[in-house]
Write a protein that binds this ligand. Structure first.
Ligand SMILES: Cc1cc2nc3c(=O)[nH]c(=O)nc-3n(C[C@H](O)[C@H](O)[C@H](O)COP(=O)(O)O)c2cc1C
Length: 199
């Protein structure tokens, strides 16, 4: 039987209980239900100096983030809309993936990436989702066909973090399914390639 795929969620809001993190947790819970091993790096975990390619070595938060990304088969990114685009917290974290440029799977390559954005309205949510997907492409990741844009003025999450809006829940569930399905397919493909090399 194939080993469980690993999915890491990266949450770009520093506000505890943010809609972005609630949505991200729903996606990760669904991925876990589908058999993935999941982890979350979010908010305070990402507070670190601005990435500077001239500086050798990474702070501990960046080392943890990079280890999580390097070992992941799938990634889920969640960002609030800040002035129409991705939060600085998340963008800085993604800039640190420059340190993975010489990996066997550089940056986000070979990984399924689901993107979730949250705005205080639709315009910011949608522009942020598009920006997130552009960044993923620049990092050679495979965005899932479905991205999810949420409006925090209407997004329904209860105090327990449960999603109370069936349509949003359905979208988050579908995106989790696409991340896990692609991650499993790529994992199987790598295993086949490795077998062929050793045959
Ligand atoms: C600095 C800053 C800039 C923001 N810019 C936008 C924006 O351009 N468009 C928008 O819809 N919401 C904007 N917002 C609202 C956030 O996207 C809001 O926090 C979002 O709805 C996420 O809610 P959450 O904190 O519950 O995750 C901004 C908030 C902050 C703090």
């Amino acid at each position: 039987m194939q080993q469980a795929v690993k999915v890491v969620g990266i949450g770009g809001s520093s506000r505890p209980g943010s809609t972005a993190e609630l949505g991200l947790r729903v996606v990760l819970a669904e991925a876990a239900r589908l058999g993935a091993e999941v982890s979350l790096v979010s908010g305070a975990d990402l507070v670190m100096p601005l990435y500077d390619p001239r500086v050798a070595g990474c702070p501990p938060q960046a080392r943890r983030l990079l280890a999580e990304v390097a070992s992941a088969d799938g990634v889920v990114l969640a960002s609030p809309a800040y002035h129409g685009t991705v939060s600085g917290l998340l963008k800085n974290a993604l800039d640190y993936t420059e340190e993975l440029r010489d990996d066997t799977r550089p940056y986000l390559s070979d990984r399924a990436v689901g993107c979730l954005s949250v705005g205080m309205g639709w315009q910011g949510a949608v522009t942020t989702l598009a920006a997130l997907r552009d960044v993923v492409h620049a990092l050679r990741g495979w965005t899932t066909p479905l991205g999810v844009a949420l409006n925090s003025a209407t997004a329904g999450f209860g105090a327990d973090g449960e999603c109370s809006d069936p349509h949003i829940q359905q979208q988050l569930t579908a995106m989790a399914g696409q991340v896990v399905e692609f991650a499993e397919a790529r994992r199987a493909h790598r295993a086949l390639r490795a077998e062929a090399v050793h045959a």
